[in-house]
Ligand binder design. Structure first.
Ligand code: SF4
Length: 135
């Protein structure tokens, strides 16, 4: 399986990828932090470009275009990525042994006992450390 560096992952997010690449099963591709961080970088870049252009273009239109670009390039892809992230977490929670275990942390998709990411229906502990959820 091909390992992807943090830089590759960031660039994928920055380039508005909304689906994890093939062969990326060893750890969660999207996290809330990476989604928010990439969205903030995109919005910051749009902000800088807008400020530069606003010095040269005196029309108010530039601000409307900037707002639209922030929504289109900054917020909307992050929303799509977050939906995928949530769908993946829900799949883990409802379709795996780890999802029914009290040691599974859905926020970061981590087993708190093994300190590893849960990315498939095979529990990293092979079921030995499983304990039922407490309601
Ligand atoms: S203890 Fe085992 S079953 Fe529970 S979350 Fe960790 S790996 Fe999954």
């Amino acid at each position: 399986m091909q390992q992807r560096s943090g830089f590759d992952q960031f660039m994928d997010l920055f380039l508005l990828r909304v689906q994890a690449p093939e062969g990326h099963e060893d750890r969660p591709y999207y996290t809330t932090g990476s989604i928010v961080f990439a969205a903030m970088v995109r919005v910051a870049i749009i902000g800088v470009i807008t400020l530069i252009l606003s010095d040269r273009i005196s029309s108010e239109t530039i601000w409307y275009v900037a707002l639209f670009a922030i929504w289109l390039v900054g917020v909307w892809p992050a929303h799509l990525q977050y939906q995928r992230f949530n769908a993946h977490v829900k799949t883990l929670q409802t379709g795996t042994l780890c999802g029914a275990c009290r040691h599974f942390n859905p926020t970061n998709q981590l087993c708190t006992v093994m300190d590893v990411h849960v990315t498939s229906d095979a529990p990293p502990c092979e079921g030995e450390a499983w304990e039922p959820l407490q309601h």
